[in-house]
Design a protein around this ligand. Structure first.
Ligand code: XMP
Length: 502
């Protein structure tokens, strides 16, 4: 072992000081910046930008399609968890990609032989209000919407009997946005089928998509106007199949999501997906410069940082491994920045003020678990405990997430390298189960988080994320400084929407 002095005169074995969110504050800088006017646009991956530097965690109590849709509408991005079958995860991708679009290029349809019951089931599954009816050659025969079925009492009646038949108001392939909107509004219709010269259905434009554009002007969209979504995969052959299926379903980026991204399996997986597809690939998690460099060298389009900072993580106490998150982000950025690869700071954020801290340390975006698990859109039911509302939140390395329950197989074990553990009794968990207070809809939670980030940018004098990264300065604080940071010498009587004691 080298005896060269390391940090603060310690041997080289202890070469570094590790700092995390509570250890630092962002110094105020000279500023004429008005918080509401800052631009929070950032890169999530090499090729995907978002208006907000926020991702929702790939966890089964945080991100399924509903959260992913809500996140993208707000201007962030959701990453679908992988603790479910390949088919179910691909179906979640499909739900997000279909939720709104400039034009749906392969709309949900039904044959004329379908029953009213079949159509109602389709509509409930895809949260749509009706479907075009096509024959076996894809020729448009009519359209069935809830207007046609509302007063029907017999679910076994064929759709053919109740649908609105051709000729309908349609548009040709290549119709412009303006013309589509004109056709929808002048004819007072909600769905505009697009047909080719043979009458074959090639797409569908809905009025909902136009209203959503006005309602969510900053939504994160792909070049076709569909919401952007990411999805997590693991390592190995089965996960490779998963990745290919997700790509087929239209996912915008895949995240090779493991507890130890600086490992052969992850690097190989990143390189393999990059070789075989054109989809962006994020690799993780790592907590060192060398780990980040390895992922960059493997071709990653984004590097996810965080070993053990998560609120539900026990990796640092169970395995004794990790690096405080602000230092980990900084170290990773030293490898990623020169390569032009965005850094995602994953886990450990407790308050909105941790977002600008992460960005100054070198992150381009942050991934949130506990801060979003209490949202209306996260999976799971509301629980009432002593008159207060909660939602459950659990680590993907917790026993509950890794156990096989009845015929419900767990797909979470390999995140922690436990894929070869046959019996649930032999699992060594690296996470815990718990609950977080119910926070209401994501829109209001995101509003507070972004408001905090904007305020931080205002104090730092930064008009953009790049300026915040470049010019922001952190100051290390002591335990007394942290105590001073929180409300003190007062008994809080009213809960603020963006602050509660943990
Ligand atoms: P927060 O602090 O936002 O962290 O709740 C969310 C992140 O924690 C990671 N994660 C885990 N890490 N054991 C771990 O060591 C676990 O069981 C676990 N589950 C999730 C993950 O990176 C997530 O985004």
């Amino acid at each position: 072992m080298s005896t060269n002095p390391g940090f603060d005169g310690l041997p080289a074995k202890f070469a570094q000081l590790g700092l995390t969110y509570d250890d630092v504050l962002l110094l105020p800088g000279a500023s004429d910046v008005i918080p509401s006017e800052v631009d929070t646009t950032t890169r999530i991956t090499r090729n995907i930008s978002a208006r907000l530097p926020l991702l929702s965690s790939a966890m089964d109590t945080v991100t399924e399609s509903r959260m992913a849709i809500a996140m993208a509408r707000q201007g962030g991005v959701g990453v679908l968890h992988r603790n479910l079958s390949i088919e179910d995860q691909a179906a979640q991708v499909d739900l997000v990609k279909r939720s709104e679009a400039g034009m749906v290029s392969n709309p949900v349809t039904c044959p004329p032989t379908a029953t009213i019951g079949d159509v109602e089931e389709l509509c409930a599954r895809y949260r749509i209000s009706g479907t075009p009816v096509v024959d076996e050659n894809g020729i448009l025969l009519g359209i069935v919407t809830n207007r046609d079925t509302r007063f029907e009492t017999d679910p076994s009646r064929p759709v053919l009997d109740v649908m609105t038949r051709m000729p309908l108001i349609t548009a040709p392939v290549g119709v412009s946005k303006d013309e589509a909107l004109r056709l929808l509004s002048t004819n007072k219709i909600e769905k505009l089928p697009i047909i080719d010269t043979d009458g074959r259905l090639t797409g569908l434009i809905t009025v909902k998509d136009f209203t959503k554009i006005m309602e969510f002007p900053f939504a994160t969209k792909d070049p076709h106007g569909r919401l952007v979504v990411g999805a997590a995969v693991g390592v190995g052959e089965e996960s490779y199949k998963r990745a290919m299926t997700l790509v087929e379903a239209g996912v915008d980026f895949v995240v090779v999501d493991t507890a130890h991204g600086h490992s052969g399996g992850v690097l190989e997986m990143v390189a393999r997906i990059k070789r075989e597809t054109s989809v962006d690939v994020v690799g993780g998690n790592i907590a060192t410069r060398a780990g980040a460099q390895a992922l960059v060298d493997a071709g990653a389009d984004g590097v996810k940082v965080g070993v053990g900072p998560g609120s539900i993580c026990t990796t640092r106490v169970v395995a004794g491994v990790g690096a405080p998150q602000v230092t980990a982000i900084y170290e990773a950025s030293l490898a990623c920045r020169p390569a032009g690869v965005p850094v995602i700071g994953d886990g450990g954020l407790q308050y909105s003020g941790d977002i600008p801290k992460a960005i100054v340390a070198g992150a381009d975006s942050v991934m949130l678990g506990s801060l979003l698990a209490g949202c209306e859109e996260s999976p799971g039911e509301l629980m009432f405990i002593n008159g207060k509302q909660f939602k459950s939140y659990r680590g993907m390395g917790s026993l509950a997430a890794m156990q096989t329950r009845g015929d419900k197989k767990s797909y979470s074990k390999d995140r922690y390298g436990l894929q070869d553990v046959g019996s649930d009794d032999d699992l060594v968990p690296q996470g815990v189960e718990g609950q977080v207070p119910y926070r209401g809809p994501l829109a209001s939670v995101a509003h507070q988080l972004v408001g905090g980030l904007q305020a931080g940018m205002g104090y730092a004098g930064a008009t953009s994320i790049a300026e915040l990264q470049e010019n922001g300065q952190l100051i290390r604080i002591t335990a007394a400084g942290l105590k001073e940071s929180h409300p003190h010498d007062i008994q809080m009587t009213v809960e603020a929407p963006n602050y509660s004691r943990r």
